[in-house]
Write a protein that binds this ligand. Structure first.
Ligand SMILES: [Zn+2]
Length: 575
């Protein structure tokens, strides 16, 4: 086998849009039978929203198979998400069809199964504009680059790389009114000033930057000009900006979110979704705004089973956003993609927060939000600091004096957040581990989908040229053909159909050619291990019969189709 050009692609580097585009094109060119690249829309600045469809096209069209959706990098700086999505694409393409090795390697066997029977829709970069800004300038921003809610320049602190080290770090100003002080255990570490602390040396901490129209007294800190968050712009439970910062003027106001919803609407075979974010090391399920009680028992059971698989693959715990990942006890998040995927599309949408320096630093079982956004002990602060400077070179810079054009004497230094807290270093084993383990979890999620099969097709002669045809149709997947009870409640899906295909020389004399047969269960309703149980009924199967007129040599073809469980046919030649 000749080496393909794409084999040299290295996804342990964070790719600019141009490099990402070239990489995807190369992969699609190298694997025409397995990959198809399309642009599903354009970003605010006109960049393509690249989506790779991956399946073995020789075993059927992508839309005739149950599909799994993966996206990354909806938040501009969370480039590990793109890297993981790209790594997954390359791994699938390079490892499909290694049949010998697949006998002894369960991952390779699963790759073959997935590409032969399922489709993966992978969108590596949800916000190409935002990611480009982060990758090519020192700027940090939340998501889209479209100025919102207004384009006007506000007075106050404007983040900027003052010392030209390529990174916007922090700026500290010594001030008796400051809310930070230097740790007594390590002078490089800043800790919060205690309520009873007086008479010491204190600091105010800001982003490195200039101050527009400073009056010499009051330092204003205006909100970022790029105030949108695409992950607050999805239509389920959307609320306006005063209640949910970043929501945008109306649901799907942004071209990126609109393109993705249009794609999903046209691809009713999607059964689940994984959105890669950073950071924290946690697998998140809906709801953002409601407790777990709001789920049906089936859907909550599946979410928990899925979370458990994820923990086994990645080491990350699973959690409900509402219960464990809320920024304030008084507010909930609105307009998030995964809530929309579950509530409006009726699929198991999840988000994984990749990369967890805090756990790597030896801090277990923390409260995610409390630790990051509210308070942490001095000992924990020191643990994280030391782990980071020992393991992530360049992530921290010692404070250095700087003569600020507006503020006078300040110090610059601190974290390069994008390349420490938010993402593992490029080329590092940390990044490789994150990408590989999370890819394996996504394979497991994709493999949960329903999948139709026709394990039996009997044709029995009952008279002159008259035959009785009996087909057994089965859902061989873990999930039911409707996937979630939410989809049933929404009356979102068409029923499973089984058709005796009218071919020449075959005439159905009894029974409708095409039957609508509701839905089939899978194995997700059979997880109990009750020893007093007499077993589960075959609710994953249905038997269909016809009486047909046919002749020796006629082909009898039965086709089963369900929107989320694929299309399958089986045929029999009359003797
Ligand atoms: Zn995120």
């Amino acid at each position: 086998m000749t080496e393909k050009a794409s084999s040299a692609l290295d996804f342990t580097k964070y790719l600019t849009f141009e490099a990402l585009t070239a990489a995807l094109k190369q992969l699609a060119e190298d694997y025409p039978n397995l990959a198809r690249l399309e642009s599903i829309g354009k970003s605010h600045e006109g960049r393509d929203l690249w989506l790779m469809t991956i399946t073995n096209f020789q075993t059927g069209a992508d839309t005739d198979k149950p599909a799994y959706w993966i996206d990354g990098n909806i938040h501009a700086a969370e480039v590990t998400g793109s890297a993981t999505a790209l790594y997954t694409i390359k791994f699938l393409l390079e490892n499909y069809g290694r049949d010998e090795a697949a006998h002894t390697d369960s991952t390779l066997a699963l790759v073959n199964t997935l590409l032969d029977t399922r489709t993966l829709y992978i969108l590596p970069r949800h916000t190409p504009d935002g990611a480009e800004r982060v990758l090519t300038t020192p700027n940090r921003l939340r998501s889209s680059t479209r100025p919102y809610p207004s384009d006007e320049d506000k007075d106050g602190l404007i983040p900027q790389d003052l010392d030209n080290d390529g990174v916007i770090r922090q700026m500290r100003i010594q001030d008796p009114g400051g809310d930070w002080k230097i740790s007594e255990k390590d002078p490089r570490v800043l800790v919060k000033r205690l309520p009873e602390d007086y008479g010491g040396t204190y600091y105010r901490i800001y982003s490195e930057g200039i101050v527009r129209n400073y009056d010499g007294y009051i330092l204003k800190v205006p909100p970022a000009k790029e105030g949108l968050d695409l992950n607050r712009n999805y239509p389920y439970d959307w609320t306006p900006d005063n209640e949910q910062a970043g929501a945008g003027p109306y649901p799907l106001s942004e071209p990126e979110t609109r393109a993705i919803v249009a794609f999903w609407t046209a691809h009713r075979n999607i059964t689940g979704s994984q959105s890669y974010h950073t950071f924290s090391g946690v697998i998140l399920r809906p709801y953002s705004g409601k407790p777990d009680d709001a789920f049906s028992l089936h859907d909550l059971d599946v979410y928990k089973a899925l979370g458990k698989r994820g923990t086994e693959y990645t080491g990350y715990p699973d959690a409900s956003i509402y219960h464990k990942f809320r920024y304030s006890p008084k507010t909930v998040l609105h307009g998030a993609f995964l809530d929309w995927a579950y509530e409006h599309q009726g699929v198991f949408g999840i988000s994984t927060e990749l990369w967890d320096t805090i756990k790597l630093a030896g801090i277990e079982n923390r409260d995610f939000i409390e630790f990051l956004w509210k308070s942490r002990s001095e000992d924990d602060e020191l643990k994280v600091f030391h782990w980071m400077i020992d393991n992530l070179p360049g992530s921290y810079k010692e404070w250095e004096p700087y003569e600020h054009p507006q503020l006078g004497q300040v110090e610059l230094g601190g974290w390069d957040y994008v390349h420490s807290w938010q993402n593992p270093p490029e080329g590092s084993q940390f990044l490789k581990d994150v990408m590989h383990t999370n890819m394996l979890f996504s394979f497991a999620c994709a493999a949960m989908s329903p999948l139709l099969a026709i394990p039996k097709l009997n044709v029995e002669k009952v008279g002159d040229d008259i035959y009785k045809v009996t087909a057994l149709v089965e859902n061989t997947g873990f999930l039911p053909t409707y996937v979630t009870t939410k989809a049933l409640e929404r009356k979102f899906l068409k029923p499973l159909t089984v058709t005796l295909v009218a071919l020449e020389g075959v005439e159905v004399v009894l029974g409708e050619e095409k039957r609508g047969l509701g839905h089939l269960e899978g194995r997700s309703n059979k997880q109990a291990m009750n020893p007093f149980h007499n077993g589960y009924a075959s609710d994953d199967r249905v038997k269909v019969e016809w009486i047909v007129r046919a002749h020796p040599g006629s082909r009898i073809v039965v086709e089963a189709f369900a929107e989320r469980a694929g299309k399958v046919t089986r045929e029999y030649e009359v003797e």
